[in-house]
Structures are given as structure tokens and as C-alpha cells.
Design a protein around this ligand. Structure first.
Ligand code: NAP
Length: 248
């Protein structure tokens, strides 16, 4: 039997990057997938079409994870198409990097809303279903800079530190209902998000990574599959670094 067979998973920000790699891994492991993204590209539609051919059910939903109402409507729509929700991966995220001196209120609000409020929105929206089922696994995408902080990323680091607090509180509040909640803290992962960093910054990052390479989206997807699956049935309230051994 495959690791996630019979489970239904929701992944936010699944149109590309880490979210799409998680969708691919979950599909390989037999999960049915409700994938959300702000914009659904043609590539994403093709990706879902291909996965549907493998015998699992996969559907994309256009949804703004930072918008409370939108998240609730999306979950209502997902529940019309799927009869249960076993796993929620709060993956959607953005950066608006600059030094505090130059950071505008809009840059702060956008990052906090997309990276942190989104997880509150989606968790609230799936809770009733998971509580009724008496089983659920929520995985929140944090970051190593949520623990260490990072110059030029005050908004991003704060949002990712918030994800850790949310994760630990959710785990404590919902453990009695057999709902687990864990966070993943990726280090430097090679996606469109990090592609926009300067070569100098990328080289600096790689120098401090003991494994001497950037991570791949698949490196993060593998750990997410473990946390979504029953293999991690006694793991909750934890932050797992996927960072090539970097100190945080
Ligand atoms: P990415 O390539 O930029 O992908 C981010 C995804 O989030 C995109 O599909 C994007 O959709 C979606 N998204 C943005 N705003 C959204 C919203 N309001 N509602 C729904 N979806 C939205 O980033 P990534 O590198 O894969 O990052 C995925 C997660 O891992 C993020 O939370 C990020 O902070 C975290 N992370 C990444 C790294 C890294 O090194 N890459 C390290 C630590 C943590 P559109 O394409 O429609 O814009």
C-alpha cells in the first residue's frame, strides 16, 4: 500500500515550486489532491491532467490564501468534490525583501497576510471536518529564518516565526482530537522564490550549508509526505529543518 493511499490532501500555493513538488510526491504516494493557487497557469492545468490519468483525483482551485472569506468558500467547494480532508499543507508564501528602513506598510502587510494569516484562514476552514473525522495532519511551511532572523527579511522572518507559534498552539489545542500539526523550516531551496536573489547572496548561502548545495523542492516534499502520513502518527508540534545541516 502506498504511503498516502485513501487520503485527501489540500496544498496551498501548489502552482509551482515547493507546493507543486509536494503535489507530485503526494500523488506518487496515492493521495487525492485539492490544490489551490492565486492564479492557475496552463502548465498547472496540464500537471493536474497528467496526475488525473494515474488514477487519483486532482483538482485545482483558484483561491487567495490570504483572504479569509475566499478560503472558506474554497473549502466548501473542495468538500463538494472530495468527501474528506486528511492533510492540509499551508505552503503559499511570498517575499517582499528590503531593509527595515525602506520597508513600507504594504510590504509588511502583504507578507504577513500571505505567509501567516493564510495558515490561520485555511486551518479554521478545515477544522470542523478534521474534528468530525477525528484525524488530520496540518503541515505549515515555515523557514530557517523564522528561527534565526535575516537582515532584509524582517517581514518574512516574522511571518515564518509566527508559523512556528501557530503550529505549536494548534498541536496543543487539537491533539485530543487526533489532529497533528507540524512545521517544516526549509533552508535555501532552489525555486523561483530564490532564483531572484543575487549570485553573491546565493554563493554566501551555499557556503554555510554543510551539505554544500541548495535544497530541491523534492527534498522538502519528501519530509512533507512523512508528516502527512501515518508514519508520523506520534509527531506533533515539531519544527523540522530541511536545510542541509545549516545552523539556525
Ligand atoms: P514560489 O516558487 O514563489 O511559489 C509560491 C507559490 O505560492 C506560488 O505558486 C504562488 O502562486 C503561491 N501564492 C502566492 N501568493 C498566494 C496567495 N495569496 N494565495 C495562494 N497562493 C499564493 O515559492 P517556493 O520557494 O515554492 O516557496 C513555497 C513555500 O516555502 C513558501 O511559503 C516559502 O516561504 C517557503 N520557503 C521557501 C524557501 C526557499 O528557499 N525557496 C525557504 C524557506 C521557506 P502564483 O504563482 O499564482 O503567484
Amino acid at each position: 500500500m502506498k504511503l498516502l493511499e485513501g487520503k485527501t490532501a489540500i496544498i496551498t500555493g501548489a502552482g509551482r515550486g515547493i507546493g507543486q513538488a509536494i503535489a507530485k510526491k503526494f500523488a506518487e504516494e496515492g493521495a487525492n489532491l485539492a490544490l489551490t493557487d492565486l492564479f492557475i497557469s496552463e502548465d498547472a492545468e496540464k500537471f493536474a491532467e497528467e496526475l488525473n490519468k494515474t488514477g487519483i483525483k486532482v483538482k485545482y482551485y483558484k483561491s487567495d490564501a490570504s483572504n479569509f472569506e475566499d478560503c472558506h468558500t474554497t473549502i466548501e467547494n473542495i468538500l463538494k468534490d472530495f468527501d474528506r480532508i486528511d492533510i492540509l499543507v499551508n505552503n503559499a508564501g511570498i517575499t517582499r525583501d528590503t531593509l527595515l528602513m525602506r520597508m513600507t506598510e504594504d510590504m509588511w502587510d502583504a507578507v504577513i497576510n500571505v505567509n501567516l494569516k493564510s495558515a490561520f484562514n485555511m486551518t479554521k476552514a478545515v477544522l470542523k471536518t478534521m474534528m468530525k473525522q477525528r484525524i488530520g495532519s496540518i503541515v505549515n511551511m515555515s523557514s530557517v529564518v523564522g528561527v534565526s532572523g535575516n537582515a532584509g527579511q524582517a517581514n518574512y522572518s516574522a511571518s515564518k516565526a509566527g508559523m512556528i507559534g501557530l503550529t505549536k498552539s494548534t498541536a496543543k489545542e487539537l491533539g485530543a482530537r487526533n489532529i497533528r500539526c507540524n512545521a517544516i523550516a526549509p533552508g535555501f531551496i532552489e525555486t523561483e522564490m530564490t532564483a531572484k536573489l543575487s549570485e553573491e547572496v546565493k554563493t554566501q548561502w551555499k557556503k554555510v550549508i554543510p551539505l554544500r548545495r541548495g535544497g530541491t523542492p523534492e527534498d522538502v516534499a519528501n519530509v512533507t509526505a512523512f508528516l502527512g502520513s501515518d508514519l508520523s502518527a506520534y509527531v506533533s508540534g515539531q519544527v523540522i529543518n530541511v536545510c542541509g545541516g545549516m545552523n539556525t
